[in-house]
Design a binder for this molecule. Structure first.
Ligand SMILES: *[C@@H]1O[C@H](CO)[C@@H](O)[C@H](O)[C@H]1NC(C)=O
Ligand SMILES: *[C@@H]1O[C@H](CO)[C@@H](O)[C@H](O)[C@H]1NC(C)=O
Ligand SMILES: *[C@@H]1O[C@H](CO)[C@@H](O)[C@H](O)[C@H]1NC(C)=O
Ligand SMILES: *[C@@H]1O[C@H](CO)[C@@H](O)[C@H](O)[C@H]1NC(C)=O
Ligand SMILES: *[C@@H]1O[C@H](CO)[C@@H](O)[C@H](O)[C@H]1NC(C)=O
Ligand SMILES: *[C@@H]1O[C@H](CO)[C@@H](O)[C@H](O)[C@H]1NC(C)=O
Ligand SMILES: *[C@@H]1O[C@H](CO)[C@@H](O)[C@H](O)[C@H]1NC(C)=O
Ligand SMILES: *[C@@H]1O[C@H](CO)[C@@H](O)[C@H](O)[C@H]1NC(C)=O
Length: 526
C-alpha cells in the first residue's frame, strides 16, 4: 500500500486538498506512525468499487433447454420491412442482435391513418420463447423509447454517460419485449389524438396489437405481461382490463398473465403526493437539509391539513373501513399544497433537486434524450431518436421531430377515467396469475407511502387492503441482501425499493429485473 505522499494520491484527492493534507501531516507528525490509517491508492479504491458493482450484476438464470440462439424468424414477408440489423445502430459499437421496428396501424381499416411506433426484440440467450413483455412509459405522452434506451432495453445510454453500453439487466434476458410509443400523439406515432379516456386508449392499443400479430404471427399464443411506470399506472390496468373483459379484444391471441407497474399513478393526488410528503421529508431530513423553523412550519401545515398521523391512523393492517379524504379536495385544499411548498424550499437548498430522485445534486447531467430529471436540458445536443441516421436505422418516420414527452396533449380534452384503483385494478389483480406494484423509495413526484394508502383503500379478491403489516427489510435482492420491502396477499405483490427514484428499471435495474422474473413465474419470490 502506498503512503499518503505517493504521487498516485494526487489525482484522488486533488492538488488543492493534497497540499493542505501535507501541511496538516507536517504539523501532526505522529499521525504518520505505525497505527496511522493508510490512504487508499486510486487503484485500490477502483478495485473496491468494481467489486461492489459486481455484486449488483445479476446471476444469469439457468437457460431453458431450448436452442441457445433465440432467432425468431417471421414467415410473413411484411416482417422483413421492419427488420433492424443490430450492427447498424448509430453510436452502438456492438451487435445488439436482430430486432424489428416501425409503424403499424391501430386497426385493420385500410384507410386507417393512426399508427403507433414499436421496437420488438426477441429474447436473449437466457430468455423464454413462450412469453412476451409489453412495456409503456407514462406521461401522458411520454415515449416508451425512454424505457428502451434508459431503463430495460438491451443497450443503454443513460444520463451523463458517454456512449451506449450493453444492459446486463435487459428484460430481453427474460423473454421477448415489445416497446410501443402510445397513445396516438406520442413519439413517432402518427395521427391526430382524440381519445377521451383510458378505455379509448386501451381499444387503440389492442387494435394495434392485433395488427402487430398479423405481421409477427409467430408471437400468437404467447403469455403476455403488460408493464409500465408512472402514468402507466392508469394505462396498464385499463389495457389489461380491456383484454380480460372487452369483447373487442376477443381476437387478440395472447394469454395475459399479469401486470407490473412502477411508481404508478393509482389514486388521488392528495394521497400519492400530499398526505405522505411531510413524513417523507422527515425520513430524508439530511437530504432536504431544511432549517428547523421551516420544518416546524411543515409540521404545522401537516396537522392543519389532517396529513399528520394519517398513515398510522387509517392505513392499518387490516384497514378498519374505507379511508377518508383528509379534506374536501382530491388534490389539495387551500393552503394544503405542501408538496409544492417542499419542492420550492428544496430548490433553494439544492437547485439541482430532481423530483424523480431526491439524491441528485450538482452537476446536472446531460441526457441524450433531452430530459435530465426535472430540469431543462442545458447542454444541447441532437436528441438520439431525432437523428436522421437513427430514424433510418429503425424505420421511424423522418419527418417527425421526436421528443421524449409530447408537446401536445394526447388526451385533448383530458383523461375522463377515474384512477385505476377505484375501477379496473381489482379485477385485473383477480384475473391475473400475479400482479406487481413496485415503488422507488427515493421518488418525490409520487411517494411510496401514498401507494400504501391507495392499496389499503382498495378491495380485491374479497378483502380490503393487506391484512398483515408490510415487514421491514423483506425485499431480498440476490447478491445484495435486503433492499426494501416486499409483501404479497391475494395475488398482489407490493415492493418498495431503497435508493430507487421514479424509474425503477433505471435506478435499480437488478430489483426491477428480479421482480419481473417473479411476475413471470421464473422464481418463487420477488
Ligand atoms: C437471425 O436472423 C437474421 C434475420 O433473419 C439472419 O440474418 C441471421 O443470420 C440469423 N442468425 C442466426 C444465428 O440464425
Ligand atoms: C377508404 O377511403 C376511400 C376514399 O375516401 C373510400 O372510397 C373507401 O370506401 C374507404 N374504405 C373504407 C373501408 O372505409
Ligand atoms: C442479457 O442481455 C444483454 C443485452 O441483450 C446481453 O448482451 C447478454 O448476453 C444477456 N445475458 C444473458 C446471460 O443472457
Ligand atoms: C377519433 O377519430 C377517429 C377517426 O378519425 C374516429 O373514428 C373516432 O370515432 C374518434 N374517436 C372519438 C372518441 O372521438
Ligand atoms: C392462437 O395462436 C396459436 C399459436 O399460434 C394457434 O395455435 C391458435 O390456433 C390461435 N388461436 C386463434 C383463435 O387464432
Ligand atoms: C377510498 O375509496 C373510496 C371509494 O372506493 C373513495 O371514495 C375515497 O376517496 C378513497 N379514499 C382515499 C383516501 O383515497
Ligand atoms: C428557512 O427555510 C425557509 C424555506 O426555505 C426560508 O424561507 C427561510 O428563509 C429559512 N431561514 C433561514 C434562517 O435560513
Ligand atoms: C419498520 O420500520 C419503521 C421505521 O424504523 C418502524 O416505524 C416500523 O414500525 C417498522 N415496521 C414493522 C412492520 O416492523
Amino acid at each position: 500500500m502506498l503512503t499518503p505522499t505517493s504521487p498516485s494520491t494526487c489525482s484522488l484527492l486533488g492538488d488543492k486538498m493534497l497540499s493542505g493534507l501535507l501541511l496538516a501531516l507536517s504539523v501532526v507528525g505522529s499521525f504518520a506512525g505505525a497505527d496511522a490509517r493508510k490512504m487508499m491508492t486510486k487503484s485500490e479504491m477502483h478495485a473496491r468499487q468494481v467489486e461492489a458493482a459486481k455484486r449488483f450484476e445479476r446471476t444469469p438464470r439457468a437457460a431453458p433447454a431450448a436452442p441457445p440462439v433465440k432467432n425468431i424468424t417471421f414467415t410473413n414477408p411484411k416482417a422483413s420491412q421492419f427488420y433492424v440489423d443490430g450492427t447498424t445502430i448509430p453510436e452502438v459499437n456492438f451487435d445488439v442482435g436482430p430486432s424489428w421496428a416501425g409503424l403499424l396501424p391501430i386497426s385493420a381499416d385500410p384507410n386507417e391513418t393512426r399508427e403507433l411506433f414499436f421496437w420488438f426484440f426477441p429474447p436473449g440467450p437466457e430468455g423464454s420463447l413462450d412469453d412476451l413483455i409489453f412495456w409503456t412509459n407514462g406521461g401522458p405522452g411520454c415515449s416508451s423509447l425512454e424505457g428502451f434506451l434508459q431503463e430495460n432495453g438491451p443497450f443503454q445510454w443513460g444520463v451523463g454517460t458517454a456512449q451506449p453500453i450493453v444492459n446486463v439487466n435487459s428484460w430481453t434476458n427474460l423473454s421477448s419485449v415489445l416497446w410501443v410509443e402510445q397513445p396516438v400523439g406520442t413519439g413517432f406515432s402518427q395521427g391526430k389524438p382524440n381519445i377521451t379516456n383510458e378505455v379509448d386508449l386501451a381499444a387503440q392499443l389492442v387494435g394495434f396489437m392485433e395488427q402487430f400479430l398479423e405481421v409477427f404471427s409467430e408471437l400468437k399464443g404467447k403469455k403476455l405481461y403488460i408493464t409500465g411506470e408512472s402514468y402507466a399506472g392508469a394505462y396498464v390496468p385499463y389495457i389489461a382490463d380491456f383484454i380480460y373483459e372487452n369483447p373487442l379484444a376477443a381476437n387478440l391471441n395472447l394469454s395475459l398473465q399479469g401486470i407490473w407497474i412502477g411508481d404508478p399513478v393509482l389514486g388521488w393526488d392528495v394521497v400519492q403526493a400530499q398526505i405522505p410528503v411531510v413524513d417523507f421529508v422527515h425520513k430524508y431530513e439530511n437530504v432536504f437539509a431544511f432549517n428547523e423553523t421551516f420544518m416546524a412550519e411543515l409540521d404545522a401545515i401537516a396537522v392543519e391539513c389532517n396529513y399528520a398521523g394519517y398513515y398510522e391512523k387509517f392505513a392499518t393492517y387490516p384497514p378498519a373501513g374505507l379511508l377518508p379524504l383528509p379534506g374536501k379536495s382530491t388534490e389539495a385544499d387551500r393552503g394544503c399544497d405542501v408538496w409544492d411548498t417542499v419542492f420550492d424550499a428544496a430548490l433553494i437548498k439544492n437547485p439541482a433537486f430532481n423530483i424523480y430522485r431526491i439524491f441528485d445534486t450538482f452537476p446536472i447531467l446531460w441526457d441524450v434524450l433531452g430530459f435530465p430529471g426535472s430540469f431543462p436540458q442545458t447542454q444541447l445536443s441532437p436528441l438520439y431518436f431525432d437523428r436522421a441516421d437513427v430514424k433510418a436505422a429503425i424505420h421511424a418516420p423522418a419527418n417527425v421531430d421526436w421528443t421524449e414527452c409530447s408537446n401536445i396533449n394526447v388526451f385533448p380534452r383530458g383523461d375522463a377515467s377515474l384512477p385505476s384503483s377505484f375501477t379496473v385494478l381489482p379485477n385485473v389483480i383477480e384475473k391475473s396469475v400475479r400482479s406487481v406494484i413496485a415503488h422507488g423509495l427515493a421518488d418525490f413526484i409520487l411517494i411510496a407511502e401514498g401507494a400504501r394508502i391507495v392499496i389499503q383503500n382498495m378491495t380485491w379478491n374479497g378483502l380490503q387492503g393487506f391484512q398483515t403489516p408490510i415487514a421491514n427489510d423483506s425485499f431480498i435482492v440476490d447478491g445484495v441482501g435486503s433492499l426494501g420491502t416486499a409483501h404479497t396477499e391475494r395475488g398482489l405483490t407490493f415492493l418498495e425499493v431503497e435508493l430507487s427514484g421514479h424509474m425503477i428499471p433505471q435506478y435499480s435495474p437488478l430489483a426491477a429485473f428480479q421482480s419481473m422474473a417473479f411476475l413471470m413465474g421464473f422464481r418463487p419470490t420477488p
